[in-house]
Ligand binder design. Structure first.
Ligand SMILES: Nc1ncnc2c1ncn2[C@@H]1O[C@H](COP(=O)(O)OP(=O)(O)O)[C@@H](O)[C@H]1O
Ligand SMILES: [Mg+2]
Length: 258
């Protein structure tokens, strides 16, 4: 959509099937990633005038606009960007490790090699689409049980093969760098950006939950290091250059869909 600032924005609507909580995850994880030094296109709140729907010929879009009056999520549109392809773009292994760590920490199941949700633009890797992350927030009653939960399907992560034989060492380094940076101040600033009408849960609940996940016992990190070590032994001696789909070890093939 074109905004009244004349910018072009990819808009995700509160009235869409995934519901407003997926927009909460987009903002919390997107801004957390940015705070940790990863590249995420600018995120803004877009006020949608329901009257826009009156001139929209497609009835489905008409209804979407009508049910999305008010605050919606806009992401800066990166013109000419392309979806990350391991065969076409080389990612620095340290960066790959930081992205894998972020996805394990935030329970983001949506960065598989089938569906990378990574864009290449201006010679850099950009992280998009964090709507499926933080999924335990759809059920706050069970949130405490999810403090130590591991992200399912991490072995399908599109950037895991980039780590190669150095995976355990690179992930440990990413953890040593990023975990201390996930502070109450950073998280507090991030949740403050979420429009109040998108969720009943207070921002402090997100801050406390994510702080609990990043400190203390962290089985989600230990479990991340298991496939990483397997990858390391599979690829030992093979070097740690960019991922090659044809080189995917057996245990990485035929995983879950995205
Ligand atoms: N900021 C952006 N700039 C350019 N293209 C984008 C941007 N955000 C999304 N896209 C394109 O739209 C597709 C779908 O966006 P995504 O955020 O992944 O939504 P979905 O929840 O539908 O998967 C992406 O795979 C990408 O091709
Ligand atoms: Mg997507």
């Amino acid at each position: 959509m074109e905004g009244d600032d004349l910018g072009t924005w990819v808009v995700k609507f509160t009235g869409a099937g995934q519901g407003p909580k997926s927009l909460v995850a987009e903002v919390v994880v997107g801004e957390l990633a940015r705070g940790l030094g990863l590249a995420v296109p600018e995120l803004v709140v877009i006020d949608v005038d329901p009257d826009l729907g009156r001139t929209e010929p497609d009835q489905e879009v008409q209804e979407l606009l009508r049910s999305s009056a008010g605050s919606n999520l806009g992401m800066d549109y990166l013109p000419g960007s392309i979806t990350y392809d391991p065969l076409a773009f080389e990612v620095e292994p340290g960066l790959a490790a930081r992205v894998v760590w972020l996805d394990a920490f935030t329970l983001n199941v949506d960065r598989s090699w089938r569906n990378p949700n990574l864009l290449v633009w201006g010679g850099r890797l950009w992280l998009i689409d964090h709507g499926a992350a933080l999924y335990p927030h759809h059920d706050w009653a069970g949130i405490d049980a999810a403090v130590e939960r591991s992200v399912p399907g991490i072995s399908d992560h599109v950037l895991l093969p980039v780590l190669g034989a150095r995976a355990p060492e690179l992930l440990a380094a990413a953890d040593a760098e990023l975990a201390p940076a996930v502070t109450a101040a950073l998280l507090g600033g991030v949740v403050d950006l979420v429009p109040g009408e998108w969720t009943d849960a207070p921002g402090t609940a997100y801050v406390e939950w994510l702080l609990a996940r990043v400190s203390g016992r962290r089985p989600w990190l230990e479990e991340l290091l298991v496939p990483a070590a397997a990858l390391g032994s599979e690829r030992a001696g093979g070097g740690a250059r960019g991922a090659r789909r044809s080189e995917r070890p057996d245990w990485l093939r035929g995983g879950r869909g995205a």
